[in-house]
Write a protein that binds this ligand. Sequence first.
Ligand code: SAJ
Length: 478
Amino acid sequence: MKSKLQSIIDRRGPIRNIGVVGMGYVGIPAAVLFADASEFEFVRGFQRDSSSSGYKIAMLNRGESPLKGEEPGLEELLGRVVGAGKFRCTPDFSEIAECDAVTLAIQTPFKDPKDLIPDFSALIEGLRQVGRHLTEGTLVVLESTVTPGTTAGMAREILEEESGLVAGEDFALAHAPERVMVGRLLRNIREHDRIVGGIDEVSTARAIELYRPVLTTGKIIPMTATAAEVTKTAENAFRDLQIAAVNQLALHCEAMGVNVYDVRTGIDSLKGEGITRAILWPGAGVGGHCLTKDSWHLERGAQVLGRASLWYPHGAESIFGVARTINEFMPRHMVHLTLKGLERAGKSPKGAKVALLGWAFIQNSDDTRNTPSEPYLAAMEETGAEVKVHDPFVESYPGIEISHDLEETLAGADVITIFTGHHHYASLDPIRAKELSGKEHPVIVDGRNVVDPDAFIRAGFVYKGIGRGDKNSHPIQQ
Ligand code: SAJ
């Protein structure tokens, strides 16, 4: 016996008109790829005409991408679908009523991860807009990373409240989390496998119809909406955990007088079916907008959905929470290494000049979201140090002066701290750096294993490095 929803969908026919809500780094590539698929007739990009981002509407309709940074193929594809009349950006949400399928790609940051309350305000606004103009048989898909339970819970309630329709009976509802990375947006959507989770079988099937045409090598992985939410948050929680594990190992190696990178090479050599170790890289900290929040979304999901049935070994904290604590500790460990280095150089931190190299959260990028350099800078300034920041990729950052002149930043420095593994820093010359510092024993703190410790020690530096238990107590060369 066909469900009511299946009958409505059959009467409506195949998906032809698509709406994408949220013209950001997830929504724009998704919209142009739907528009480029011959299976679909027309795609609307919905964008609020707000003071901060309303400018995108006219830009997109001219075939210009408002996204920063290089996105191979995006502008050319955008120009093509706009020229072919298959894509248009609009602030008129009433046009949702024309769409057979609507996806929402709206950011879901945390106000303060500690209280586990995400800021869903933008997503809620988007859901209300969609709900107000929702028609029978439409498929609604959340692409944003959300706390497990949101699609079948809050999102469903808002859509039903605004539309007067019933999810799973009058309209289809699913979660298909984005897995895109800046710089490879189109490639990721086409080539990554796509998790597609409906609140019921009919919704899942309808969502598969929507996403299959844009995949090239990627396959569809169907599941329930809540399982899809757990998959997305957990795939990042697992990465955060892997990084925390090697950060913890680095701290142990420092204490045991061992080079963590030798240990890493040894562990990584264990290769073979089912025995390979996924050991990542220790470092000065974990930034970005994915790993710093997705573990908290997962934890909150377990707390809210799991409720009373959630149970850990007596008194234990969730391993994902512990991983976050370790990764958030690493910038403080960099402060500890800096202060220990200054102590060895016989210098007080008060008034010490620190050259902080790297403000982006990831190497060779200008992306500064949740950069671990920020807590380091704040903590060092609290000790009375004067910090100058250098980053070759970052144009500007509110309240922080970012220099693009490395020699100027190094001039007079008592400490050089490498926070981001930009390739520029690999060629840092110890002799020149010492000259520029003008100090007898300047300190270098390497947070990303970028420089050769012996070269700097020979030049008279006091060296400290994450995980470098073999070098952190070296004799100081006169
Ligand atoms: N980091 C380490 N050690 C490592 C790897 C990363 O300290 O071994 C640090 C980086 O310096 C950075 C932070 O962690 O500060 C995050 O790095 P990331 O490589 O995970 O980059 P993200 O945050 O952009 O993660 C994204 C995620 N993609 C999506 O959510 C769609 C993640 O799932 C991907 O695995 C990651 O990109 C990737 O592999 O590029």
